[in-house]
Design a protein. Structure first.
Length: 441
């Protein structure tokens, strides 16, 4: 009995720690870098953040405690339930490899031969070519966009089932994942695919930890972080290389000073000089931190707005629906890129989105809802007898919102929906082929 209570409390505590780390480390990172918010309304900002953290945590604890026993008793001996066989893993490896590579090639064909994008001028230049191209995307691009996301699912199989995979299957899934994340990012000349790939990696690791041995969460996180440190820095380097202008017209320090105002921040010149002893690395980390987390600056800026009615900030909960309605011909307003006097400050943190769309009442209510679904996701990971692709899609949906909350609402990334779609589609294909549920763990 004591052991069961210990497992319950450990899982609960570690989930809370995970959530708090996600929320507090970005605040600490923004505090130590030499960039300050343009709007310095600390009392309102920290009060809203406190409401978000407290009510999300309280509702998580309540829901977890309320449903723990029921879910655990309903799901026992889950490790023995219909896991992927060697034959099924081989099928999925080939499926993911073929579809993702084919999708990338179709998109490349559309960009170069249909729309005439010249990639020799640089990836960022190519991005603006296709964004402002008068030639609409072809059917090949649409098909490609539906196939490429399967590579994200390849990352799941590569990490979770690596001990069952043959060398050729690891190669196939590795190529599919790299082409999906880096290849697609290169085609778009953007960074969102790299960020979403990193979030998916974190989500998969957290699922594996909570599923297998929640008592060793801290040790496993540290162990995995050490083993993948090279990959982490490689990812940061890839992000750096895609930033337009760095290393061309000015040095990193000058770039940060000039770019900060476009993200609703301002550089403290006294503090930025302290970074000189760290060289390019210090400036690189400052820029990446400032860019990824400028949604916190946007959150502060929201408090200075007198009227938000009829508008939707890029990345808020309502904006995707507003954009869909506008596409269907409804006359609705949304904030233009120059609303904040910049075309770059496009992120708004998740609590900021809650507050912007619905005020303090909405912030509290939606925080409570987030805590509830987070508890359901953690309990599903830990105790569900079988985690199908459909359940996994739900878990990923929740974890993406949690992990990305300091950056922006997950719904602000269009390709977030494609990742969820990919998990659902792969599960549907396997259901049709094998006529049974399969445990993805």
């Amino acid at each position: 009995m004591k052991k069961k209570k210990r497992i319950k409390s450990k899982t609960l505590l570690n989930a809370i720690i995970f959530f708090l780390i996600i929320q507090l480390i970005p605040l600490f990172a923004l505090w130590i870098i030499p960039v300050e918010p343009e709007i310095y309304n600390s009392s309102e900002y920290y009060f809203a953040m406190l409401l978000f953290i407290v009510f999300t945590t309280l509702s998580f604890v309540f829901m977890y405690t309320l449903t723990y026993r029921t879910i655990k008793l309903r799901n026992r001996n889950f490790d023995e339930y219909n896991q992927f066989s060697i034959k099924q893993l081989n099928f999925n490896s080939k499926l993911i490899f073929i579809t993702s590579i084919l999708g990338l090639l179709l998109m490349l064909y559309d960009r170069i031969y249909v729309r005439g994008i010249n990639y020799s001028l640089g990836l960022r230049n190519a991005r603006y070519q296709w964004l402002y191209s008068e030639v609409s995307s072809s059917i090949w691009s649409k098909i490609g966009n539906l196939l490429v996301p399967f590579g994200y699912v390849g990352l799941w199989f590569l990490l979770v089932h690596k001990n069952k995979l043959k060398t050729i299957q690891k190669f196939q899934l590795g190529i599919a994942a790299v082409c999906t994340v880096l290849g697609h990012a290169a085609l778009n000349g953007g960074r969102s695919q790299v960020l979403l790939g990193a979030v998916l990696w974190i989500a998969i690791k957290m699922i594996m930890i909570f599923r297998n041995d929640c008592n060793k969460v801290k040790e496993k996180i540290l162990e995995k972080a050490k083993k993948n440190m090279i990959l982490i820095f490689a990812g940061l380097f890839v992000v750096l290389l895609t930033l337009d202008g760095i290393g061309k017209d000015m040095d990193l320090k000058s770039y940060i000073i000039n770019f900060a105002p476009t993200l609703l921040g301002s550089v403290n010149l006294d503090k930025v000089n302290i970074l000189s002893f760290l060289g390019a690395f210090g400036y690189m980390m400052t820029f990446i931190t400032m860019y990824l987390l400028h949604g916190q600056y946007s959150f502060r800026y929201v408090f200075s707005l007198n009227d938000t009615e009829g508008y939707a900030f890029f990345g808020t909960l309502l904006n995707p629906f507003i954009q869909i309605l506008k596409t269907l011909g409804f006359s609705l307003n949304s904030i233009q890129k120059d609303f904040f006097t910049t075309e770059y400050a496009i992120f708004l943190s998740l609590p900021g989105a809650f507050f912007y769309d619905f005020g303090y009442v909405g912030l509290i209510v939606l925080s409570l809802l987030l805590g509830i679904v987070f508890a359901i996701a953690i309990l599903t990971i830990k105790f569900s007898k079988i985690i199908t692709g459909y359940k996994l899609a739900f878990i990923m949906f929740v974890l993406f919102y949690i992990i990305l909350s300091p950056v922006m609402s997950a719904s602000g990334f269009a390709y977030f929906y494609f990742i969820i779609y990919a998990f659902i589609t792969i599960e549907t294909i396997n259901r049709f082929k094998y006529r049974k549920k399969i445990n993805w763990m």
